[in-house]
Every structure is written in structure tokens, then in C-alpha cells.
Design a protein around this ligand. Structure first.
Ligand code: SAM
Length: 270
């Protein structure tokens, strides 16, 4: 299908299409999917990555919200039994139902930037896939891999780094897209830890603590533990816990490592 047969890119759906063939191939090569693999692609769009995946992987599940594009891929899938199309919002549809082994699946996507953070957590819902490769804004890539004590380190960094190994693979300049977006991008790889380091409940508690802490990122930790409405710890317990963990009561949230956040959330519960 020629470019002209597609309707105009829809800004509301974050449609900035990757037109650089070399980068398309580089991303697909980094995914490293073979005939044994089940792959989920979020937002195939006009097929920048899809075209390089089709026929090369065991199963390809395409999740697309745009009506016209979903129809286009559904038509393509009619004569390709290994391709499934899920027409809907990735934040709502259950794309895992199309997979035989969701915990082994690989996920790839040049994803709509307006939903990046919630989408990352959605893709990391259990059973988590084996690996996730995403094109994200450079600034989000920085936050994902940020170490403690840096400006970019925050709830996203702790949330993802506490359950997965995250790496920024390479940068992608804005000119590789049409229409050209306002920001540069980067490809990141997220590889969930195996076995799961935390129970689902422990992870939920950790998320609550991290959210509260970074809402008040300028405050000192002891104050947050005592005064944040979602925590409200008794002073004696908070002091005992901080001493036990060797964390300064005056520390700011952005100086705590994911491991320290995990220990703290376990202590709050205990
Ligand atoms: N993969 C293509 C590429 O690299 O050129 C398209 C990337 S474009 C940045 C994002 C794609 O995600 C578009 O095809 C868009 O229609 C689709 N999309 C946007 N929001 C979505 C959502 N909530 N659920 C599923 N797909 C979505």
C-alpha cells in the first residue's frame, strides 16, 4: 500500500510514523524475535516495524486503536494465520488472550507518547512478558534508566527498576519520523526480573509508597512517613524503621535506591 492510500496522520493518536528504514530494521533486530516467538506490537500504524516482523515470528499480535489502520491490518491478516489483530485501546483490550505463552512473549512498539507511563505499567502487568522494547521520548528514556540522586529519577524510575532491568539502547532523532515530532526519541529495553522479586501485594504497597514519596519529593523522608495522608506512620515506628534500614530521616525521596524503597515499604507493612 502506498503512503497516499492512508488517511492523514492523527495527532490525537500520537501518529508519528517511523520512516527511516535503517532504524526500523535496527529496532526489529534488537527485539531478536524468531519463528518460535510470540510478539505483540503496540500500534502498528502503517507497518514500519510490522513489515519486518510479519512472516518471521511464530505469532504476531497487532494492537491498534485507529479504525482505518486496524481494518487495513485485519485485511492483511486474513491470509496470514500467524497474524492476529486486536482493534482497540491497548489500555483496555486484553491482548494476552491471543497469546499461548504470555510470560514468554516479546512486546514491541513505537508507542503513542501521550500514554507512555501508564502504558509501560500496563505492559508490565502480570504475567509479564519476557522482554519489552519501546520507542519513547528521550526524556522518558532518561527517567526510566535514571539512577538515584539525579534530576530525572522519580516514581517511573523506581516503579520500573524495582521489577525489571532497563536499558537505553540507542537514540532516534526526530527527523526519522513523519510528521516530524517536537522531541527526540530513544529505544529502551525492559526485561522483567525472573523470578518475580516481589509478590503482587508487596508491589502494590511499594507503588503506593513511591507515589506518596515523589508527590512530596522536596520533603524529608521522616516528614513524608509521618504526615502524608496515605502513610501517617507513628513517629516511634518511623524512627525505628529508618534506623533499622540505615536511612537518614532527613533524606529526600530522590536519594533512595529502588532496593531501599522496597525495604522501606516492607517495613511499613511489617
Ligand atoms: N508503529 C508505527 C511506526 O513506527 O511508524 C506507528 C507508530 S505511531 C507513533 C503510534 C501508533 O499507535 C499509531 O498507529 C496509533 O494509531 C496507535 N495508537 C495510538 N493510541 C493507541 C492506543 N491507545 N491503543 C492502541 N494503539 C494506539
Amino acid at each position: 500500500m502506498s503512503e497516499r492510500s492512508f488517511s492523514r496522520p492523527k495527532r490525537a493518536l500520537g501518529q508519528n510514523f517511523l520512516v527511516d528504514g535503517k532504524l526500523q530494521r535496527r529496532i526489529v533486530a534488537a527485539l531478536g524475535a524468531g519463528p518460535e516467538d510470540e510478539v505483540v506490537e503496540i500500534g502498528p500504524g502503517r507497518g514500519a516495524l510490522t513489515r519486518h516482523l510479519m512472516g518471521r515470528v511464530g505469532r504476531l499480535v497487532l494492537v491498534e486503536l485507529d479504525d482505518a489502520l486496524a481494518q487495513y491490518w485485519a485485511a492483511e491478516a486474513t491470509h496470514r494465520p500467524s497474524v492476529r489483530v486486536v482493534h482497540g485501546d491497548v489500555m483496555e483490550v486484553d491482548f494476552r488472550r491471543e497469546l499461548e505463552r504470555p510470560a514468554e512473549a516479546l512486546v514491541v512498539g513505537n508507542i503513542p507518547y501521550n500514554i507512555t507511563s501508564p502504558l509501560i505499567f500496563r505492559l508490565l502487568e502480570r504475567p509479564r512478558p519476557r522482554r519489552v522494547l519501546l520507542m519513547v521520548q528521550e526524556e522518558v528514556a532518561r527517567r526510566l534508566v535514571a539512577p538515584p540522586g539525579t534530576k530525572s529519577y522519580g516514581a517511573l524510575s523506581v516503579g520500573v527498576q524495582s521489577v525489571a532491568r532497563v536499558r537505553r539502547l540507542f537514540g532516534v532523532g526526530r527527523k526519522a519520523f513523519r510528521p516530524v515530532p517536537r522531541v527526540d526519541s530513544a529505544v529502551v529495553e525492559i526485561e522483567p526480573f525472573r523470578p518475580e522479586p516481589l509478590s503482587a501485594e508487596a508491589e502494590e504497597r511499594l507503588r503506593g509508597l513511591v507515589r506518596a514519596a515523589f508527590q512530596w519529593r522536596r520533603k524529608q523522608l521522616r516528614k513524608i512517613l509521618l504526615q502524608h495522608p496515605e502513610l501517617g506512620m507513628a513517629p516511634q515506628r518511623a524512627d525505628a524503621l529508618l534506623t533499622e534500614l540505615g536511612v537518614s530521616p532527613a533524606a529526600r525521596p530522590e536519594t533512595l535506591s529502588p532496593e531501599e524503597f522496597i525495604a522501606l515499604s516492607e517495613g511499613i507493612d511489617g
